[in-house]
Design a binder for this molecule. Structure first.
Ligand code: SF4
Ligand code: SF4
Length: 183
């Protein structure tokens, strides 16, 4: 949804694949930060960053979880950069039906990088702080943009559930839960 112009801070993480050594520290700290309670556990499958690793070919690609999509692509892309061939979907950020990446392992709900949203805010996202190889560099800039109503995490989760089970089933379940809670 579009609206008036406003100034917003654009947060960027610059990724240097040549510096990444595949240590996966970024996955560990991301999953720990998003654990409930915070730092109570770590499971890289719950991280909002994934490192595509193929040590024998010297391929390491940190990829951030982006938007959820209900349909997978009709085709696939295969990149060759500086003589290295990268797997199909290697650079894709989508939480999509074609793979398990960027899905909460227990619920299947989509995961998305939130730049370590926190109160008070962090100076830099934790994956950047934990990357000792300096493969991840955080930058901020101001930009004038159309005001948009962004889809929050809960909305994205509900949309994924509605796609999986149907909207009517979700509404029936919520109605049943509210009746049992008020009884
Ligand atoms: S912490 Fe840095 S070097 Fe380690 S896997 Fe993540 S991006 Fe690569
Ligand atoms: S910026 Fe924060 S939420 Fe995003 S991948 Fe890095 S640690 Fe996870």
């Amino acid at each position: 949804m579009k609206g008036d112009k406003k100034t917003k801070i654009v947060k960027t993480i610059k990724i240097d694949v040549d510096k990444c050594n595949g240590c996966r520290a970024c996955e560990v700290i991301c999953s720990a930060f998003h654990a409930t309670p915070k730092y109570s556990s770590n499971n890289p499958a719950r991280a909002r960053i994934r490192v595509v690793r193929d040590p024998l070919r010297d391929v390491y690609v940190p990829v951030y979880a982006g938007d959820h999509t209900v349909a997978e692509c009709a085709g696939r892309d295969k990149y060759t950069i500086d003589g290295k061939e990268y797997d199909e979907c290697a650079f894709c950020r989508a939480s999509c039906p074609s793979r398990d990446d960027f899905k909460e392992p227990d619920s299947g709900l989509p995961l998305k990088c939130d730049m370590c949203e926190s109160d008070p805010p962090l100076d830099e996202p934790l994956c950047v702080q934990w990357c000792l190889a300096d493969a991840l560099v955080y930058e901020e800039r101001e930009e004038e943009v159309e005001e948009e109503v962004e889809q929050d995490e809960m909305e994205a989760g509900l949309e994924a559930l509605a796609t999986k089970y149907g909207l009517q089933k979700i509404m029936d379940t919520v109605a049943r839960m509210s009746v049992s809670k008020s009884a």
